[in-house]
Design a binder for this molecule. Structure first.
Ligand SMILES: *Cc1c(COP(=O)(O)O)cnc(C)c1O
Length: 425
């Protein structure tokens, strides 16, 4: 047994499935998850001492790579001054000011401790602001594990949803309408039928939780117009895309102004932090100013705020996103070229510092197309890359991430590993 396997069997005795978040368990790809002991820059080392080039980056937060020295130093400095106060601090005001300055659609922002908290708070706020209950989401988008969001499509077209998890009341799921991503007409039809009861539309402006699906520009534009027309709140869930796809996040990239936005991952620089914010008149509905309750003992935690501040400052360096985008593109172009040379049915694409690889002839544009990709081929590729020292997300339905610590040599080594795997068949 490897040390990883030993730890996994030990973990399963006290932690359900041996993991504290389900996708970590390698259920989709099979085998024992790697337990990590250490990370530095673009690399991680597992419990057996094996090194990997990491394209997961803790699922997105680590845009500066592992153990970024400036981030670590800031967290250590702040930790020595007290871990938490449950009272305001100057640094959280600075972080809020920075976020509001970087995201023009946000007049005000509130800090929370996770992406899930940000999205569920934004949904409650949209409901409180509009006085309506119904929400619209898109199949394959993930917005954290709030009850209203763990919902799958109902049986009929334009009918309300059913719980996708045990423990979610059907009564609650009935307020969630689940539509197809990138289907502007479907959204228009839903508004025509239910428009006056819809509190909000929540969307991943680049979908990154069903592998990567790029938005059709007309889909996002139609969403903005319909929300305005019917008085619904448009929520861009930028927990993954925020400061990942560009300096203005996805809303800057596509030129769409949402009413509310949610952030997580990159904004916490690897520490637990989320944020939601938007138009002043909406944000003023939150307690203590307004009637929508929202709170958190560790919200705006000093360590998380310190890590977030360092990260937001470092990613503002001139040329940061040009380089990150170019590196990520050179990875997907290299992988695509290697596959083409060996006639492997494969495609890949990137948006800023996130990417998708697909065992399909062309990048998918919908949930149905993603589901039709060759999952077994991905799983074989995943394990072969793992053996070769490249750590990809352990599922065919997750996006990948490149950090500023990934070098051209790292990308070349990754492409070479894939080339050898494709060549072997
Ligand atoms: C990761 C993610 C979340 C949930 O964030 P957590 O910090 O895991 O709770 C919500 N929305 C999107 C788009 C995400 O990628």
């Amino acid at each position: 047994m490897t040390r990883n396997e030993e730890l996994f069997s030990r973990a399963r005795k006290t932690i359900p499935g041996g993991v504290n978040s389900p996708v970590r368990a390698f259920r989709s790809v099979g085998g024992a998850p790697r337990f990590f002991a250490r990370g530095e820059g673009s690399r991680v080392w597992d419990a057996d001492g094996k090194a990997y080039l990491d394209y997961v980056g803790s699922w997105g937060p680590l845009i500066l790579g592992h153990a970024d020295p400036d981030t670590v130093a800031a967290v250590q400095r702040v930790a020595a001054l007290g871990l938490t106060f449950g009272a305001p601090t100057e640094a959280e005001v600075e972080l809020a000011e920075l976020l509001v300055a970087r995201v023009p659609s946000m007049d005000m922002v509130r800090l929370v401790s996770s992406g899930t908290e940000a999205t569920m708070s934004a949904i409650r706020l949209a409901r409180g602001f509009t006085g309506r209950d119904a929400i619209v989401k898109f199949e394959g988008c993930y917005h954290g594990h709030g009850d209203s969001l763990l919902v799958k499509a109902g049986s009929g077209l334009l009918t309300f949803g059913n719980p996708s998890s045990a423990g979610v009341p059907a009564d609650l799921a009935q307020h969630t309408l689940v539509l197809d991503y990138n289907d502007a007409q479907g959204l228009a039809d839903a508004f025509a039928k239910h428009g006056n009861t819809i509190a909000c539309v929540i969307v991943e402006p680049v979908a990154g939780n069903m592998n990567l699906i790029a938005p059709k520009p007309e889909f996002l534009a139609a969403m903005r117009d319909l929300c305005t027309q019917y008085g619904a709140v448009l929520i861009f869930d930028e927990v993954m895309t925020g400061f990942r796809v560009g300096p203005g996040s996805a809303q800057g990239l596509y030129g769409i102004v949402p009413d509310l936005s949610t952030f997580g991952k990159v904004v916490g620089g690897g520490m637990p932090l989320g944020a939601f914010g938007g138009r002043r008149e909406i944000m003023e509905q939150i307690a203590p100013l307004g009637p929508v309750y929202q709170a958190g003992t560790l919200s705006g935690n000093p360590l998380s705020v310190a890590a977030g501040l360092v990260t937001l400052k470092k990613i503002a360096a001139p040329g940061f996103y040009e380089l990150l985008t170019a590196r990520t593109k050179s990875l997907v172009d290299g992988l695509s070229a290697a596959a083409k040379k060996r006639a492997v049915k494969f495609s890949a694409q990137s948006v800023g510092g996130m990417f998708g690889v697909y065992f399909a002839a062309t990048p998918p544009t919908s949930y149905a197309e993603v589901m039709a990709s060759d999952k077994d081929a991905f799983n074989r590729f995943f394990h072969a890359m793992l053996d070769a020292g490249v750590y990809l997300a352990p599922s065919a339905f997750e996006a990948g991430f490149v950090s500023a610590a990934h070098t051209d040599a790292d990308i070349a080594a990754t492409v070479a590993a894939a080339d050898a795997i494709f060549a072997a068949g």
